[in-house]
Write a protein that binds this ligand. Sequence first.
Ligand SMILES: Nc1ncnc2c1ncn2[C@@H]1O[C@H](COP(=O)(O)OP(=O)(O)OP(=O)(O)O)[C@@H](O)[C@H]1O
Length: 311
Amino acid sequence: MPLLELNNLKKYFATQKAVDDISLTIEKGQIFGLLGPNGAGKTTLIRMITGIFYPDEGEIIFDGKKFDPLNDIAHIGYMPEERGLYKKMKIGEQALYLAQLKGLNRYDATKKIREWFSRLDMESWWNKKVEDLSKGMQQKMQFVTTVLHEPKLIILDEPFSGLDPVNANLIKDEIYNLSKRGATIIFSTHRMEQVEEICDHIALVNKGKKILDGTVQQVKHQYKENLFRVTFARNLTPEHLAVDLFKVMSRKDQELILKLEYASNNDILQYFINQGLPIESFNEMLPSLNDIFIRLVEGTPVSRQFQEVNQ
Ligand SMILES: Nc1ncnc2c1ncn2[C@@H]1O[C@H](COP(=O)(O)OP(=O)(O)OP(=O)(O)O)[C@@H](O)[C@H]1O
C-alpha cells in the first residue's frame, strides 16, 4: 500500500516551471531515490511533500488521505540539505527541544535520545555546543533529530555529505533498520553509487518533469545496450575478431568488451568455441545509474566510454 501518492503536482515560479506535472507513488517501507541534476525540481517537490509550499495544482495523498500539512507533519522527518541546528545550544538540550517540538514528552524524548546517542557513538556529546562539532558530527546530530520521533516518512537530502566512510556506513545501516521497521524513506542525492546500493526504487527528475521511474534493476535493464565482457584463457589475435557477429568496443590482452547487435549470446559463445578460444567468463554489462543519469540528462549514449575499435 502506498504511503505517499503525488498526482499531477505543479509548482510554477515567475519564470520557472520548477515542478511540472509530476506523479509518483511511494510504497510503505520503500527506500525511494529522488534523483535529478541541479535545478531539476527535487527540493521544490520535497517542499510540497513537507507542507512548506502548497502545490499550484495536483494533489498529495498521505497514508490513504488527502495530505493535511498541519497534522501530517508530525509523521514526517525532513533532513534538508542546508542544516538547521542552533550553533550556540548544547547538543543534548537541543535534541530534547527538537524532539518536544515533534510531540514527544520530555521523558520519552530523553530515553530515545540516549538510545540513539549510544547507538551512534555520540554519548560524550551531550554538553558540547553545536559549533564545537565537526561538519560530519553535526550531520549525525541532524540525522538523529530527524528520525527521533519515529516518523512514517523520512526525507533525507544528501544525508552522507561530510561523513567519513565509517560514519556513512553507520547511517546507512540505520536507514536500512528504519525501513525494516516500516518507515518509508525518500533519499535525495547526486551520488549514484549510494543510490544503487540503498534504494529499492528510483525516480529521475529533469527540468521539472519525471523522466524515469522504476526499481534499480528495471531501470538498468531498460537502458542496457547489449554490452558484454568476455575474458579468455589466452590472448586474442585480430583474426579471432574478423567477424560480423559483434562490434568490439574495447580489447585488452585476454579481455573483450563486445556489443551484440543481431547475434544471440549463444551464437557468440559458439563462435569463440569454434575458434578454439577457451572462455573464462562471459558477463552482460548493465549500465550504472550514473551512466543512465548522464545519458538521459545529457542525451549521450551509455556506452560513450567505450570507443569502437578497429578489429
Ligand atoms: N523560491 C523560488 N523562486 C523562484 N524560483 C525558484 C524558487 N525555488 C526554486 N526555484 C527554481 O526552480 C527550479 C528547481 O529548483 P529546485 O531547488 O527545486 O531544484 P533541485 O532539483 O533541488 O536542485 P539542486 O540539486 O541544485 O538542489 C530552479 O530553476 C530554481 O531556480
